[in-house]
Design a protein around this ligand. Sequence first.
Ligand code: PLP
Length: 421
Amino acid sequence: MSEELAINGGPVTRDKSAKPWPTNSNASGHMFGDEELALLAQVIESGQLGWQYGTMVKQFEAEFAARHGAKHACAVTSGTAALHTAMGALRLEVGDEVITSAVTDMGTVIAIVQCNCVPVFADVDPQTMLMTPESIEALITDRTRAVVVVHLFGQPCEMDAIAALCEQHDLALVEDCAQAHDAAWDGRPVGTIGDIGCFSLQQSKHITTGDGGICITDDDEFQDHMVCFHDKYYDRTGQDRAPQRIGINYRMSELVGAVALAQVRKLDTIIGRRQQNADIMCAGLAEIEGLNPPKVHPKVTQHTWWRLAFTIDEEILGVDSQKFGQSIGAEGLPFSVAYGRREPICMLPALANYAAYGSGNFPWEPPYGRAVPYRREDYPGTNWAMSNVFGTSWIETLTEDDVNDMLDGLRKVADYYRERA
Ligand SMILES: Cc1ncc(COP(=O)(O)O)c(C=O)c1O
């Protein structure tokens, strides 16, 4: 018989106070070092801290665009800012509908609403938590103008079908790649499949500046509008055009640009380490009867593991996800069920109450937009995933020893329940 579980008073698999897991909320989960410090020192010594005067942000944009094979890049102050800048460049009408995922960060939604558009939420595949083409298609109306696809946890969405839908219905396609730096669908890097790709450099992302973001595009007109939009629609091209529209100030400072530049040069190493550990983890999970390793679409040519997620087979194990989750938590493992606030994002008060501006319901009210219904029961995939998908941040500083501890704990708990099922 297997060893007694920690939840029943047995020994823990990993004593987290003696042997803490690395975390992306401090240096233990990142690769910061002399490279960042040297570039930061250059900025200070140059006295050129603003993007207009310096070289760091421009160089970061050039290197980021080049590694994606994209024609242009525009660095900004956050992933939310990147998405807002992309939406600004699309120049949508007030009340236009934009379809995005029911499982995402508020930043994706804020960008839509701040352009006075109405967000509409697609359900997700319960195993991958990725918005599905079928769910998007069912939501397209004559008011739909764009789709913001969210590549969650480092895995691309089904881009063949989604791009085809956008083409067929003449919809702009923006890619939220905040969690999917360097991921690829059928050999194409995410961010280059749709019209504009948006990335975040927030503290938990593959590469980080604490906060920061960047957009990429091949389209000259979108780039012109993004560069203007993020810089108050001032024109720095030498043509001295007066501001043509209302923009915002999302300029990345040279200090942030210096760190971003050092970080992007480490991206290959970061992704390589994540993949190496993910391979060990997925192979290990596949050998534990009753656990389902992460579901990866066969056309995903590069998964970059922002989070590693798996599910259990409740029948084989004779235990539900909730009890299994409590048991692995007691073993000291870092996995938790659910993501975000455990419900479709449209059920959060700001959205469920249409609360964006003043005390009214603009832009969800006529004559501007439509009061799109947000109902929990319309999201079976999301609801299931929020109670049954286990995940943990898959950071590059995890060691093989850490991965083995995770597998030991999962094997111990799965064996215990299966033997008693
Ligand atoms: C999927 C997704 N979209 C958008 C964002 C917004 O990025 P930021 O926090 O940099 O504004 C995040 C990050 O939190 C995210 O995970």
